[in-house]
Every structure is written in C-alpha cells, then in structure tokens.
Design a protein around this ligand. Structure first.
Ligand SMILES: [Zn+2]
Length: 283
C-alpha cells in the first residue's frame, strides 16, 4: 500500500445554497438527521435555492446537508464506475427546478472514512441517530489509519465534500488543471493518536449493501445453532423482532451486528448484545 492518499474537496466558501423545503423534507422523511447524517442511504436528488453558478467548486455539496455535488467532467476524468462503487448518484436541480447539465449528487454507499487528528480532536455521538461526530484537530496534521482504509481507490471521507483518492487519480485530476479543487495529502499511519478508537472503530467498517446482505444471511444461517462465536440464539430472536426496522435504523443495527461478528476487539457479551438490540425497541 502507498504511504499517502489524497483528499479532494471544495476549497471555496461558495457552497451551493439548498432549498430549505427540500432540507426540511429530508428530515421529515427521516432520511437525514438534524446532525446531517444521512440515515437512509440511496440516491438523493438535490434541489438548490439558486441557479448553478460558475463560482461553484467542481467538488462541493448542497449547504445544510451532507449530500455531495460533483461536476460531470470530474466523474468522466476519473471514471464513473469508480464513483458508482461507493456512491449513489442522483440529479441536481436549480431554483427553477431545471435539471443541471453540469452536476450530479453523491450519497455514500459505504461509511465515510474518518480523517483523524491528535488528542485535541473532538468526538461525540449523536443522541438522535448514534453516528459518531468527529472533527480532527489540530488543523494541518490530519492522517488516515491503515486498517480503516477500505479496499477502494476512491471513497468518501467524513468531510462533507471530501473524496479520498489514490495517487494515480490525484495526478489525473491535478493534470486536468480544473480549477477550484482543494488537494490535501494524507499520510497513512499504523495507529491513531487521538484516543478515540473505541468510538470510531466499529463505525469504520465497510457496510456496502452486498456486505450487509451477506452478514444478515450468515446470521440467519446460524439461527438455532449453538455457537460461542456468533450471536446467541436469544439475541438473535430479539434481533428478528426488530428486523423490519432495518430500513429505518439499518446502519445502527447492522453496525452493531457487524461489531458482534468481527474480530476480538468487536466481540460483545451476550448481555451487551441483548441490551443493544433492546435499545431499538420500536414505539
Ligand atoms: Zn444524528
């Protein structure tokens, strides 16, 4: 693996203004949390409160959301297939509801990767949706942690407009001389120095939809089998009761399930498993 990856992002202060009603509807439909975390991941069409301006950066986002916007020429330079592996791609409409010829919207399919910082970094958990809210500090010393880098050459970071790419893609974009792209070189470290692994580890797993299906099938195949390695029968019965909540709280439940099934550091006791599942008690 290379020792560096690169983040491409919006270096301007000129972020496209989103339609307030559209933002409100994302929250009403429980697609987006107040913390801006996108809870139900699928393609989301963006509605702006202004016309598409030349001053917009080619990699940006709809202000007040975490829905990305990328110019089609960037996608064609890099390759649509690389984007489609890790993003749902949607449409962008301006204030007059005219379809943008230039931009598409991006919603991550996989969990965005946290760019880490030092001990000064801030870290909390959203009490509404359970996502980790993390900001690396001090500025200028950000890095990635080796075992948390997914097996893709392009993937989303937890910065709203941030797209992490390998050196080849970085060079390709840089050589295109497209303006208003922010470039950040991110060293890859063996270990984080911020002390927040216990919060961040279980949220850093690749939870692409195909992986989720595999994990669920694996769990189902283990039903009624006695095993010390996987989820207990009792916990699984509880889980089944809440299975129909998967669309609503899919991330939350499945991250817990993955946490229960991966590696020693993620292993939870039966009691902990039951408690986690019971937390999901529907109203
Ligand atoms: Zn939230």
């Amino acid at each position: 693996m290379q020792n560096f990856l690169y983040q491409l992002s919006d270096p301007t202060q000129n972020v496209p203004e989103a339609d307030f009603k559209w933002i409100a509807s994302l929250k009403e439909q429980d697609i987006m949390c107040d913390c801006l975390n996108i809870k139900r991941r699928s393609a989301i069409d963006v509605y702006l409160n202004e016309k598409i301006k030349k001053s917009f950066a080619p990699i940006t986002f709809a202000d007040g959301t975490r829905v990305g916007m990328v110019k089609k020429d960037i996608i064609s330079i890099i390759g649509l297939s690389l984007f489609e592996k890790v993003y749902f791609i949607g449409k962008v409409y301006d204030i007059n509801h005219n379809l943008s010829e230039d931009y598409v919207s991006l919603v991550p399919k996989i969990n965005p990767v946290y760019i880490r910082g030092g001990k000064e970094s801030t870290c909390s958990i959203c009490d509404k949706c359970g996502v980790v809210l993390y900001f690396p500090l001090p500025l200028g010393q950000e890095y990635l942690v080796k075992n948390q880098i997914p097996n893709y050459v392009l993937f989303p970071s937890n910065f709203i407009s941030g797209i992490i790419v390998n050196e080849d893609i970085y060079k390709t974009v840089k050589q295109s001389e497209i303006k208003k792209i922010g470039y950040q070189k991110l060293p890859i470290k063996e270990n984080a120095i911020d002390g927040y692994d216990q919060y961040l580890h279980k949220y850093l797993r690749d939870i692409s939809l195909s992986n989720l299906a595999k994990i669920l099938n694996k769990l189902k195949s283990l039903k009624k089998k006695e095993t010390n390695e996987y989820i207990s029968n009792q916990a699984f019965e509880i889980y089944l009761k809440y299975e129909n909540l998967l669309t609503e709280k899919q991330d939350f439940i499945l991250l817990k399930l993955i946490a229960m099934n991966e590696g020693k550091e993620f292993q939870l006791s039966e009691k902990e498993v039951s408690e986690l599942l019971l937390e999901l008690n529907p109203k």
